[in-house]
Structures are given as C-alpha cells and as structure tokens.
Design a protein around this ligand. Structure first.
Ligand SMILES: [Zn+2]
Length: 412
C-alpha cells in the first residue's frame, strides 16, 4: 500500500461477498473457440480481495454479503496498459488546429514539457488523481502510467514518484522527445537519460520506454536507452511505428519487449517478427507472443489518422492489447469503452476480440497474471454493466454503461 493510492484500499472488506444473478460472466478463462470464457446464469464469490469461486448461480455458496446484479453482464476490470497521466496544462487549441487541417507531428510534446516543469507537485498529483478516478468510473481497474513530460533528472524522478503513488506499473519515458535545450546534442541527451536520469528514475519505475520515431529517437539511440534500462532491471516497452514505417517494432521484438505500442504502420516483416516469438504463459490461453502489439485507436481518432490493421495482426497470431494512450496532445481520452467501440467499428476486431484485448490483452502487455481475468486467485477487479452482454460496449458507443466497479473486491 502506497500512501495516496486511491485504488488500494487500506483495509479490504472482511468476510466474503457473493456477486449473484450474473446473466453473462466474462472470465477470460480461454476455452478453445471461446477466449472470453463466457458463463451464463453465473455467480462469483470474493474473499480477501480475490476471486474465490466461480460457477452456476444455482450452486452459489453462502457468503457474508451479496450483490444481486439482476441478470447484468459482469466483466474483468479494464487493464489500460498505456497512459501518460503526469502532466500539466492541456492542448485543446492544438486539437482544434488539427481538426482544421494541420498535421500531427508530435512536436506539441514540448509544449506540455514546459507546463509540467513549471507545475507544483500537488498540481501534478491532482491531475493524476482526477484522471485515475475518471478511468475508474469507466471501468479501468489497472493503469500503467508513464513519465516523459519532465525530461530533466529532477522532473522525471518527480513524475515517477507521483505516478508510483497511483500504480504498480510505472514507466520511465525520459526518451519521449529530445528537449529543446538538447536540440543540437541528441547524443548528450541520450547520455543523460542513461546516466543520472535513469539512476534517479529507476527506484520508482517498473518499465522503460522510448519514442522510436522520425523526429524523436532513431534506432541506435532507442537501443541504447532500452539496453540501459534493462541493465538497471527495468522491463522494456516501445512506442513504435506510429507516424510511419520504422525499426521500432523489430527492435522491441529483438530486445524481448513486453509490448510495442501504436503499430499503425507495419510491414510483413514486422508482423512476422512479432508472430515468431511465443512464450508459454500462466494465462488460460497457454501461450501468447513474447511481445504484445498494443493498439491505441484514441490516437488515430484524435489525430485523424488511419487506424492500425488489427485484423492482420490477429490473423497472424499476434497477441493484441487495446489501451487509451491518455495524454493531453494526441489522445485525451481515458475511456476504454470508447477504444473498444473504435476497435470494433474502425479496426475490424470482433466485440469479443476487443473486450479480450482491453482486459486479458492489457494484462499480457504488462506481464500480469493477477488481473484481466475473473478466475479463482485473480484480483477481484470487476465491472457490472448496465447491459445484458459485453456486446453492448461496442453496440452502444458513448453510453455510460458501467453501473458498478469493484476493485480488490471493494465497491467503488
Ligand atoms: Zn504513448
């Protein structure tokens, strides 16, 4: 328990809690032909913050307390494996200009860097808390949080210290862009990132990430940064192939990254690389690709860009996750249901594939086995829909369908 973490209650409810009369329970227990592991007319028992039992409602055991969900659908809480929540200010004007026809280049990141450096700790903390609460109301019970708007030793360490108050999955993104004061000296900036900045950030981070893209970091710099992070004990994730084709995805696979994120512009060789490396997992599916392709359709929506080809990845056997990329520039949404609707309508994912990618897929992208599923031993993170089936998440876009959220077994 870290102080200030609104998602880790100091005391779990004692005793057992039965969630009863579930019309459709998505377990993600992954039977062949049914990756969502759907059970009908089900019940779920929670004890000590974990799922203790799942089965037919008629066989439900006695419990200290009971919630009757009246035939509604129950799903695992969403796992948002890509979000940039530590920042100050917004860029609504930049969005308006883009919608009026200006292209997105990523250059606006420096605007947010200036605002973030000027903000006080409490301002940054209250923004993270506001967005985290916004996510929770929309069913997200696990979120990864990146730094990347400080870009000095002190500001990156501060961003991660604050992020770690809210999430176990924190990511050092000192290599987001080269800040203006190093514009002519990118080698020197990479040296700073791998040296004192990494040393100051690593105690608060689980992951390292780099924006490997034209105009940000080239493949040699990206490899240097990721290798330094690995040597410091951090896991690897990469922002790759967002704005055009590039080496980021194959670099991620080469380094055994948990996830390569965006994947908007992929060659056949990129897809072959992703599909070629598989690992057995603790998950019900038995295996997934070593490197998950995390798709962020909020970014394509908000930059009016072509969406990634999810169908091509899925048909090649690549494990796919969906996440929000919540950030003030290119995707200022915190809504996983919105991303599910976009994935189904615009990226040719089935509703079942999109729901899996937003729950179990996100867990795979964070190499977590305790979340993203509702089977015995999992953390009791679940959402009750105001709907009879998960299909409504894409079928009724923009509608607030999250009736109730339980985190660690505690109603929020
Ligand atoms: Zn991002």
């Amino acid at each position: 328990m870290r102080p200030g973490d609104p998602l880790r209650p100091a005391a779990r409810n004692s005793g057992s809690l039965l969630v009863d009369h579930i019309g459709e329970l998505v377990t993600n227990e992954g039977r062949p032909g049914d990756p969502l592991g759907i059970r009908r007319d089900a019940a779920l028992l929670i004890s000590d913050g974990e799922v203790a039992w799942v089965g037919p409602a008629r066989d439900a055991p006695a419990a200290d307390r009971r919630i009757d969900v009246g035939g509604a659908a129950v799903l695992p809480g969403f796992v948002d494996s890509h979000a940039h929540l530590v920042f100050a200010g917004d860029r609504a004007g930049e969005f308006a200009a883009r919608m009026a026809g200006e292209p997105y280049t990523g250059g606006g990141i420096r605007t947010t860097v200036g605002s973030t450096r000027a903000a006080g700790d409490d301002d940054l903390r209250s923004t993270v808390r506001r967005l985290r609460d916004e996510m929770l109301r929309q069913g997200t019970t696990t979120v990864e949080i990146k730094s990347g708007y400080g870009l000095t030793v002190a500001d990156e360490a501060r961003s991660l210290r604050i992020a770690a108050e809210f999430s176990e999955d924190t990511t050092f993104l000192g290599a987001h862009v080269v800040p203006a004061e190093y514009a002519d000296r990118p080698d020197d900036y990479v040296g700073l990132v791998c040296g004192p900045m990494l040393a100051a950030a690593a105690p608060y981070a689980r992951w390292i990430d780099v924006f490997c893209e034209r105009g940000a970091f080239d493949v040699d710099h990206a490899r240097t940064v990721l290798a330094c992070g690995q040597a410091a004990g951090l896991g690897v994730r990469v922002h790759a192939n967002q704005l055009g084709p590039g080496p980021g995805v194959q670099l991620g696979v080469e380094l055994g990254a948990a996830s390569v994120d965006h994947c908007t512009h992929l060659t056949d060789a990129d897809i072959d690389a992703l599909a070629s490396r598989r690992i057995d997992c603790m998950c019900a599916e038995g295996e997934h690709t070593v490197t998950v392709a995390t798709l962020l359709p909020g970014a394509e929506f908000s930059t009016r860009s072509p969406y990634p080809d999810a169908r091509r990845l899925l048909d090649a056997g690549v494990t796919v996750a969906l996440a929000t990329d919540c950030n003030p520039g290119s995707s200022y949404t915190s809504s996983m249901p919105f991303c599910i609707a976009l994935a189904v309508r615009e990226m040719r994912m089935t509703p079942a594939e999109a729901v899996w990618a937003a729950t179990a897929g996100g867990a795979a992208a964070l190499r977590r086995t305790d979340v993203g599923r509702l089977t015995p031993g999992a953390r009791a993170d679940l959402i009750v829909l105001d709907a009879p089936t998960h299909l409504h998440l894409a079928y009724r876009p923009g509608v607030p369908l999250i009736r109730q959220v339980l985190h660690n077994g505690v109603p929020r």
